[in-house]
Write a protein that binds this ligand. Sequence first.
Ligand code: SAM
Ligand code: SF4
Length: 389
Amino acid sequence: MSLSCYIHIPYCIQKCLYCDFTTFTQDKLPPPETYTSWIKQEISNRHHGIKDRNLRSIYFGGGTPSLIPPKEIASIIDYLKKYFLFHPDIEISIEVNPGTLTEKTLFLYQSAGVNRFSVGVQTFRDDLLKLFNREHSSKHTKKTLNLLMKNKAIFSTDLLFALNNQNTDDLQKDLDLLMSYCPHHISAYYLTLPAHHILQKNRPPENTQLQMFQQIESCLKAAGFDHYEISNFARGGFYSKHNLAYWLDKNYWGLGLSAHSFLKINGQRVRFWNPKNLNLYSKQVKQKSLPSPFSCLPNEQKEVLALHEAVTDFCHTALRTRWGIQTEKLNTLFGNRAYQLVLQKLKSLQAKEWIQNAGNRWRLSFSSWLISNHIFRELTFLKEELYQQ
Ligand SMILES: C[S@@+](CC[C@H](N)C(=O)[O-])C[C@H]1O[C@@H](n2cnc3c(N)ncnc32)[C@H](O)[C@@H]1O
Ligand code: SF4
C-alpha cells in the first residue's frame, strides 16, 4: 500500500467571490515560515502509526501555494523525506495562480522535486475574472501557460463553466484557447454556489449547462483526452495520481489548516480532519499523537467508519471514475452481504439505464455523469441494510 499527502497552503492574494475553501488574504495570516513550521510539527508529532511509509504523491493545494516562497515548499518536501520513502515515480504537484509563477520560481520548484503544476485558469474572459474578484487577467494566464510550455513542464489547468452570461460560444473560445497550450490534464468544474449567492444571477439555463458539459466532453475527447472522472480529463495517460488516490480507496494524509485525511489503520477505516481555525490548529499541532495520527484529536475531528458508511464511500468514489465499481472488490473488502446488496442496487439502476455494466465493473452511463448526485443518493446505505457478520 502507498500513501498520498495533501498539504494545505491557505494564502491568497484576494478572496474570490465563488470560493468556499479555507483561505485568507496574506495580511490575516502569520509569516509563511511560521505556518510551514506548524506543518513540520504536524509531521513530526503525528506520523506515528502510519504503516505506509512509501509516498506516492504530494499535493500542495490551497489557497495559493505559489504565493509563499518556494524555499518553504522545498523545506516541507525535505522534511517529509525524514519520515517517508519517496516512490521512484512520486508525483509532486503544486497549485499555481496565473501571474504568480516566474522562470526563477519554476526552476526552484522543479529543483525541489515538484513535477506537476496545476494552473487556475478558470476562464480567459477578463470581465468575468473581474466579476469574480480575481487579481489576474487573461494576459497573466497566457504568460504562465507559455512559461510552463516553454519549459516542457507537465501541467493541468482548471476551467470553470456555467458562468454568468456565458454562452456555448464563449465556452468554446475558452476551450480553443486552452487547447492551444496543450495542457496534459484539464479539470472542468461546474461553478457550484449556494442557492442565494450573488453570482447566481444571469447564469445559463439548465439545458445550456447540460449542453456545456457535453460540449466540453466532445471537444476534449476529439483532442485526445480521456474523460476519466466526472470533472477530469487527461491526455497521454497523465492522470492525476494524487486525485486517483481519493477516488480509488487509497490512504491519504492531509496536513495544514482544514485538511482532511483518510487512513485504513488496524483494520478500521478512519476519516479525520484539522480545524479551520488558525489558533486552534497551531495549538493542536504541538501535541504528540500516539499511537496514531488522530489519537490527539477531539472526537468531533475524527470518525471511524461503520460498515454501511465504508461501503457508501467506496461506491461513491469509485463511481466518479471511468473504471467504476468493481463488485468483486466489494466482496473481498466488505463481505458477501455488502456485495449482494450493492449488486442488487446496481442492477436496478442499470434497468433505468443510469448505470452500465461490463464484466464485474459497473460505471455511470454518459447521461448519468450529469445527475451523479442523484445516483449517489441511491447508493447511500443505511445501518439497518448492512450489519457486521
Ligand atoms: C482550491 S482552488 C485553488 C486554485 C487557485 N488558488 C486558483 O484560484 O487558481 C482549486 C480549484 O477549485 C475550483 N473551484 C473553486 N471554487 C469553486 C466553485 N465554487 N465551484 C466550482 N469550482 C470551484 C477552481 O477551478 C479552482 O481552480
Ligand atoms: S485564489 Fe483560489 S483559493 Fe484563493 S480565494 Fe481565489 S479561488 Fe479560492
